[in-house]
Design a protein around this ligand. Structure first.
Ligand code: NAD
Length: 271
């Protein structure tokens, strides 16, 4: 039997910045697309050279990128999305899918500024840089199943992908968007604890970050509830329950819950 035909499409980035770079690396590394299917442009020579070094096509203008792409990822900073979409409006023909990754920019605005509804909005997070992003997408009225599949594959190349209704995007921003920073704080504090208990800084930081990575992998790979995993390592009158007791005194869980809700509320205020 013949192997199923691979879906090779033309992918363009408007905004060849950090996230475009992460997606390109992931997509090429995992062979979702050949580098020659990816095109972009940039006003800076070093960014053009970087994308050229991956094997991507470098064009002169954003309009050329849109004209020459089936899927266009809008990867500029949120404050210039309006300007970019308005300028490119004449080039967004019906056959093109617009993918916006701009934090806080709503589907309705993307639709108004681009004049199109074949849109997918994605909220990735910064661990995209190491291929461990948590990305969530929602789909515009005229985006197709194939469009969804393409976006799942593209963002699957930089981590895990979920779908959710757009009404949840503020909460997603409060959890996975801002979440890496909460965990950086936790890692730093664990390391400080190690130093306070007599470890060298290097050893303490290494142990702290690897412990967080390992605990996350345990939850992801065993499918067990984190409460069960906690119970399994907490022996009567042992060391771990002594530590947990202190965390509870410091309202560790309430602090994290409140952090997500506060960031969600702030995101609502800003949008
Ligand atoms: P970035 O600043 O690294 O990239 C944006 C790029 O766009 C820059 O290189 C800039 O020079 C270029 N640019 C500016 N004006 C332009 C124009 N008119 N035409 C073409 N290019 C132009 O930012 P980033 O971190 O890659 O983020 C890009 C978008 O992704 C943002 O909207 C951000 O909210 C969203 N996002 C990023 C992450 C992440 O992990 N980095 C996570 C979630 C959401």
């Amino acid at each position: 039997m013949a192997a199923p035909q691979k879906d090779v499409f033309r992918l363009g980035f408007v905004g060849a910045g950090n996230l475009a770079e992460s997606i390109t690396r992931g997509v090429v590394r995992s062979a979702v697309l050949p580098a020659t299917s990816i095109r972009t442009t940039h006003h800076r020579a070093d960014r053009r050279s970087l994308f050229a070094s991956f094997g991507c096509r470098i064009l002169e203008t954003n309009a050329q990128v849109v004209e020459d792409s089936d899927v266009v990822i809008i990867s500029v900073k949120p404050q210039i999305v309006r300007q970019v979409l308005t300028e490119l409006k004449p080039f967004f023909t019906k056959d093109k899918l617009i993918v916006s990754i701009a934090a806080g920019i709503k589907m309705k605005d993307i639709k108004d500024w681009s004049g199109k509804s074949r849109i997918i909005r994605v909220m990735p997070n910064t661990p995209s840089a190491v291929g461990l992003a948590a990305s969530v997408f929602c789909t515009g009225e005229t985006a197709t199943k194939k469009d969804e599949e393409r976006v799942s594959k593209l963002f699957g190349a930089i981590g895990k992908v979920w779908t959710a209704d757009e009404k949840y995007f503020d909460a997603i921003t409060g959890l996975s968007g801002s979440g890496p920073a909460y965990i950086y704080l936790a890692i730093e504090a664990l390391a400080d604890g190690g130093v306070a208990a007599g470890l060298t800084r290097d050893l303490a930081l290494g142990l702290a970050s690897q412990t967080v990575l390992g605990a996350a992998a345990m939850v992801n790979q065993t499918g067990k509830h984190p409460g069960q995993l906690k119970d399994e390592v907490t022996s009567p009158a042992g060391t771990t329950i002594a530590g947990i007791r202190e965390l509870e005194k410091g309202a560790f869980r309430a602090s994290l819950i409140n952090a997500v809700v506060a960031a969600t509320d702030r995101c609502r205020e800003l949008s």
